[in-house]
Design a protein around this ligand. Structure first.
Ligand code: FE2
Length: 417
């Protein structure tokens, strides 16, 4: 159901429901943003990602539904293409048996549609959607693991993969709160969007999957080199990059928030020099990242927050002008929102915690448990809270704030709250 409702008041909550014959749906709540350019004092958002159904319960969504936030950004891996067994994987259902139709990798339109139906049968996910408006972008798993543009991870023929991509994109659009005009045309879909919250914030929601160059070095962890640093390579595509940089240049917003998929900041995996980094993230596309950072500087974007999914852990980073020089200027901050479910319960200090913290001095926080990130944007500062659940393999886990940071207007960089 896609209804583009017109004539709503700015900065207001609305309730909605659907009626078919005598059947009336539960009521949902949404809200409109303050009018363009108006003097919004503050707002709160949440960022979530990565909800592999078979990895556990959506405990984090159940708590998210109780949060007082204006909007939720979903940063991708809303669903996973992998098979879900009869017991729902780690959910270990003993009161139901999932049909065989879910126990295979999604490749056709029917497969993807059914998979959304399974995910959306979850009561905790439904509660979060009913309570908050969602702004969504995808990562890889809504289609296929680590695909890049028209290239899948198995080296399938291009036309074959694009047919699968068209099916995945179509099912995504059908099942997400997207505008009618965003209907995909075959394997092409315009997902990147810009939204404003009065004069307080501009949100530039990116799509770093559809237009990217294929991963360098066979997508294995590798030190940056000639192959990955080729300036012809791109993570965003040329058109989206121009749109992003032009949008910053033309903006008077106080905050510039960039919700997107993969780690923007440098993330060294080892203490050796050179260290290996991820070829699937911005580290594998450093020329692309340098162009975006140069654009942010040229536009005078000085209250810059990047929100990231993908990695299934919570990180807080200072975005450094030169990531190899801890003394260089801090341009902004990045927060990864861990996962709702992917990876199971996780642990507070993953095995590589010491290595990562030492190898990346601009990484100020690293936690391997499930949850989401909550952000309060104000006129003087932003506060970011890592909301962490106790566990997801049993229903009913509790939530707490495991860390809080602030970043002050005009003085980019993380401070402990
Ligand atoms: Fe994921």
């Amino acid at each position: 159901m896609h209804v583009d409702v017109k004539g709503l008041m700015p900065d207001s909550h609305y309730y909605y429901r659907f009626r078919v014959g005598t059947w009336i749906s539960p009521a949902g709540r949404t809200r409109t943003a303050p009018a363009a350019g108006s003097d919004a004092g503050g707002m709160r958002l949440a960022a979530v990602a990565c909800q592999a159904y078979q990895d556990g319960y959506y405990t984090a969504h159940r708590h998210l539904a109780q949060e007082d936030v204006d909007v939720v950004f979903h940063l991708g891996d809303y669903l996973y293409e992998y098979p879900v067994d009869a017991a729902g994987g780690a959910r270990r259902y003993n009161d139901r048996t999932l049909p065989d139709v879910f126990n295979r990798e999604t490749t056709t339109l029917a497969d993807y549609r059914l998979r959304y139906a399974l995910y959306k049968s979850d009561p905790d996910l439904r509660a979060a959607h009913a309570r908050h408006p969602f702004l969504v972008t995808w990562d890889d798993h809504e289609t296929e693991n680590n695909y890049a543009g028209a290239v899948d991870e198995n080296g399938s023929p291009r036309e074959q993969f694009l047919a699968r991509r068209a099916a995945a994109y179509r099912a995504y659009w059908e099942n997400q709160p997207l505008r009618a005009e965003q209907l995909p045309q075959g394997p092409d879909a315009r997902l990147y969007r810009r939204l404003a919250w009065g004069s307080l914030a501009q949100f530039d929601l990116l799509d770093t999957r559809q237009y990217r160059s294929d991963q360098a070095y066979d997508d294995r962890p590798h030190a940056p080199g000639a192959e990955s640093d080729d300036p012809a390579r791109t993570l965003t595509g040329a058109a989206q990059e121009r749109w992003l940089l032009d949008g910053w240049r033309d903006s008077d917003a106080l905050w510039h928030v960039m919700p997107q998929q993969v780690c923007f900041s440098q993330r060294r995996f080892d203490l050796t020099a050179p260290a290996r980094v991820s070829m699937d993230a911005w580290d594998g596309y450093r020329a692309s990242r340098n162009r975006v950072m140069a654009g942010a500087k040229a536009a005078g974007v000085d209250n810059w927050i990047v929100l990231t999914g993908d990695v299934h852990v919570g990180y807080a980073f200072d975005i450094k002008d030169d990531f190899d020089d801890p003394q260089s200027r801090t341009l902004g901050t990045e927060f990864t929102c861990t996962s709702i479910a992917s990876g199971g319960n996780g642990s507070e200090k993953p095995a590589n915690w010491d290595t990562y913290m030492k190898a990346n001095p601009h990484m100020k926080y690293y936690d391997g448990r499930r949850g989401y990130v909550r952000v309060e944007l104000g006129r003087e500062k932003a506060q970011v809270d890592f909301r962490t659940v106790s566990g997801i393999t049993q229903p009913g886990g509790s939530i707490s704030t495991s860390a809080s940071f602030v970043t002050e207007v005009g003085s980019p960089g993380l401070k402990s709250a």
